[in-house]
Design a protein around this ligand. Structure first.
Ligand SMILES: [Zn+2]
Length: 258
């Protein structure tokens, strides 16, 4: 899937040749940085949206979860990234989603926070390695260089193909049923438009509605929540992507770029 309408072209006046070339290069670099930052934000919004969809599926379909639900939602997200995109886009998204976990870990470390072993989510570094491992395990021959590039130790790499197969055996039949189901339920976008989060989420809602249906509608809200967060709310079966999250992701990008 390509996300439409997320990059704009700059038009520039042409001045004296030498000056124009220098300014053009500087402007291009700035523009490239902005594009890079936006791509990082988009990739992480997609990865997080898929994670929340994992929670939604567990609840709406009454799926059994053998282990931590947060881990199951992470696995659903990685499989959907692998399934829904062509190879170059999937690789780009996996890199940026992985970097998102690393940046979270770096910020926590720089603030002197202890690793939150008590948290319902696994530690960010562990989520990073699991993402890399499962993504590489989906296509180990072609993604060997991704594993090397992202520092996945050989010891873990050895089990990644099997780990992916187990994940696929768990979530794969669920996704297959959603494709074959006569169900009427769809993802229903609600909330504020004309912002990057809404653009990304609307593109995902549209693409996923082309392939999946659910027993009931799943409301997808993009709105201000007063915190940088994204969550599934079992009380009304809805996914919320908070508008504040985008700024947090831009902070993560700045951390990563340092
Ligand atoms: Zn979660």
């Amino acid at each position: 899937m390509k996300i439409p309408g997320l990059s704009t072209d700059c038009t520039r006046a042409v001045w004296g040749a030498g000056l124009a070339v220098g300014l053009f290069a500087a402007a291009s670099a700035l523009h490239a940085d902005q594009d890079r930052e936006d791509a990082f934000v988009e990739a992480n919004l997609i990865s997080i949206f898929y994670h929340e969809l994992g929670h939604a599926l567990i609840d709406h379909l009454g799926l059994p979860v053998f282990g931590q639900e947060e881990d199951a939602a992470d696995v659903a997200s990685i499989l959907l990234i692998n399934d829904q995109f062509d190879e170059p886009s999937a690789v780009d998204i996996a890199y940026d989603a992985a970097f998102g976990f690393l940046a979270e870990a770096e910020i926590a470390q720089s603030e002197g926070a202890d690793v939150a072993y008590w948290d319902v989510h696994g530690p960010d570094e562990q989520r990073y390695y699991t993402l890399v491992c499962l993504f590489v395990g989906a296509n180990p021959d072609e993604r060997n260089d991704v594993a090397e590039d992202l520092g996945l130790p050989e010891e873990r790499f050895e089990t990644c193909e099997e780990e992916f197969e187990l994940a696929q055996d768990s979530w794969g039949p669920v996704f297959d049923d959603l494709e074959n189901e006569d169900a009427e339920g769809k993802l229903v976008f609600e909330g504020t438009r004309d912002n990057l989060t809404a653009d990304v989420v609307l593109a995902e809602v549209s693409a996923l509605n082309d392939v999946f249906s659910y027993p009931d509608d799943i409301p997808v809200r993009v709105e201000h929540c007063g915190e940088a967060n994204a969550f599934y709310d079992p009380s009304d079966g809805s996914i919320t992507m908070c508008l504040e999250f985008e700024d947090h992701l831009r902070d993560l990008f700045a951390e990563m770029a340092d």
